[in-house]
Design a protein. Structure first.
Lengths: 299, 258
């Protein structure tokens, strides 16, 4: 079948379709299959996490008995560092996730709309960029951005330093952008072509059709996968600690160092990181699933 | 032939000339030849019905009239303007030609009245108040008073189809194309829609209908065309078309459908 509405009713050319031929349609971004992460996280009962932390915490007690530094001391240390870890550490993860999401969303919308552009050249470029950033390990993208971007730029006589964390935001926003590009493309293509034809026969321009008819209909469909990607992104923000950006994990390690690196510190400090990420992302996952269900009923 | 002149005149089309003139149109989708030399003319105010087996190219043909499909060769002129012209202003053409589809294709996120008002407001840039008054009148005309604020999902098929007709009429087209608009409806609701079409035809609207409603075609059409595999096999006014069909394909089709 030849494309009637250029870019819109063309078959999806996704790498995943090769792996999942029978369910390719369900797996198209913007469809239910795409929310695997939220579904997994949202279906975890919070008490299980508590159980895991408790079990792991119980294990070093025997070892701790010999040295003078007990688990009690370790939790005490965590208590002391807690305000710092939250306000300087986790807050940074949240800031990074917000900024990354903002840039990634803006880029993803542009790239996604290019993927359904009437111009074949624009479609090809957008498709290539989307696939490239979607199928690269996030950490590799981060390293490339960190290492190839300058530390500072000189504008005339003034030198502007580019802090590491802004580079990290940029590096993380690339894969987010590519994945959201697929969400936008999938959503636009999920609107029946009859809508395009009806609007065309009423003399709407392509731009008007997209903004007045198609996007308003698929906006709701984009929200759950968008939130799903936000949760995935937030979980991925500790990656930037590998590049020395000061966020929760970096600061936890620094705090443990300041407490003489007792092995007993590992469980409380990283356990706390687990708990706070879980506490932040779990409600988002539940909310994502609830929205998905509600929109599925309505549309 | 006098229609050569019409080409020259373009926008200054003379209403004594055919309002739609289709000449020797060919169209393929890849290897598949869907239209193989179709020609016919429609005068202003005429009602023309196109019948024929499914897959014979009826939809493709009328979709070429408002440039939803392009053609490979031949000529289609609407009010003297060549549709098969790369420089054609498609939007200008589509303001003159309304189209109603089998699947209604109402905008599901807009109410009935918003569906009707959208194109005049956004495309023709007419003042909202004026458009609203016209839209209300159109909704009354298709007998849907009281349903102005219903969403398409809350309306029956026949009601949706009548909103779709009102939506097209709101653009004040010169020509209306109908592509099997009753084919998806229950037999009882078909009537409601046909009543609306009849009124339109009686008001002098030029209508090109693809339909299987033979009773309707017999009563209202000025001319009936029977297509099969991309060609017009037989045509004539209803008085003779139904009784004097000569081609065996036409007879077989009619015997199946009547
Ligand atoms: N966009 C398209 N791409 C490829 N083939 C098409 C397309 N539209 C229609 N066709 C084919 O053209 C033939 C005629 O279709 P159509 O005009 O819809 O017939 P009808 O309306 O008489 O049933 C069919 O075989 C159909 O599959
Ligand atoms: Mg058809």
């Amino acid at each position: 079948m030849r494309a009637r509405i250029p870019g819109v009713d063309a078959a999806a050319r996704s790498d995943l379709a090769v792996l999942l031929p029978s369910r390719a349609r369900d797996r198209a971004p913007g469809r239910p299959g795409d929310l695997a992460f939220s579904r997994w996280l949202g279906s975890t009962a919070p008490w299980r996490l508590v159980l895991v932390v408790a079990l792991v915490a119980a294990w070093p007690f025997a070892a701790a008995a010999q040295s003078g530094f007990t688990m009690g001391h370790a939790f005490e240390a965590l208590w002391r560092w807690l305000p710092f870890l939250v306000t300087k550490g986790f807050a940074m993860n949240v800031v990074i996730s917000f900024l990354t999401m903002a840039i990634g969303t803006a880029g993803g919308v542009v790239l996604g709309l290019w993927q359904v552009s009437p111009s074949a050249a624009a479609r090809r470029v957008a498709w290539a960029l989307t696939q490239a950033f979607r199928n690269s390990p996030w950490l590799v993208l981060l390293f490339i951005v960190m290492l190839t971007f300058p530390f500072q730029v000189e504008v005339g006589s003034t030198v502007i330093f580019i802090p590491d964390w802004t580079k990290a935001v940029f590096g993380l926003s690339l894969p987010v952008m590519a994945n959201l590009s697929e969400v936008v493309r999938g959503a636009v293509q999920s609107v029946p072509t009859g809508q395009w034809e009806a609007a065309e026969s009423l003399a709407f321009s392509r731009r008007q059709i997209l903004w007045r008819i198609v996007l308003p209909q698929c906006f709701k469909r984009m929200v759950p996968p968008w939130m799903n990607w936000y949760a995935i992104l937030t979980m991925a923000t500790p990656l930037v600690s590998l590049l020395g950006v000061e966020e929760l994990v970096t600061l936890s390690r620094q705090a443990m160092e300041a407490e003489d690196n007792h092995p007993e510190l590992l469980v409380p400090f990283f356990g706390f990181a687990l708990v706070i990420f879980f506490a932040y992302c779990y409600p988002i996952a539940r909310w994502t699933i609830a929205l998905e269900r509600r929109f599925a009923v309505k549309l | 032939m006098s229609s050569r002149e019409a080409t020259m005149n373009g926008p200054d089309w003379d209403p004594s000339q055919p309002i739609v003139s289709i000449r020797d149109v060919y169209k393929s989708f890849g290897e598949l030849e869907v239209l193989r030399g179709v020609s016919f003319e429609v005068m202003k105010g005429e009602v023309v019905c196109i019948i024929g087996p499914s897959g014979s190219g009826k939809s493709t043909l009328i979709r070429c009239v408002n440039a939803l499909n392009s053609i490979d060769s031949g000529s289609i002129r609407v009010e003297g303007q060549e549709v098969h012209d790369p420089d054609l202003d498609k939007l200008e053409l589509r303001r003159k030609v309304g189209m109603v589809f089998q699947q209604y294709n109402l905008f599901p996120h807009k109410t009935a009245i918003e569906n009707v008002m959208m194109a005049p407001v956004l495309v023709l840039k007419e003042p909202k108040g004026e458009v609203e008054a016209r839209a209300r009148a159109l909704i009354r005309k298709v007998r849907l008073e009281g349903k102005e604020d219903s969403f398409p999902g809350e309306l029956s098929g026949g009601q949706q189809q009548r909103v779709a007709i009102a939506r097209s009429l709101a653009m004040r087209p010169d020509i209306m194309l109908f592509d099997e608009i009753t084919a998806a409806l229950d037999p009882e609701t078909v009537k409601e829609v046909l009543v609306t079409i009849r009124e339109l035809a009686e008001e002098g609207m030029t209508c090109i209908l693809v339909t299987h409603e033979m009773g309707f075609a017999r009563e209202l059409a000025n001319h009936i065309y029977f297509t099969d595999r991309g060609v017009i096999v037989e045509h004539g006014p209803p008085a003779t078309f139904f009784t004097e069909a000569k081609d065996p394909r036409t007879r077989e089709f009619l015997s199946q459908i009547l």
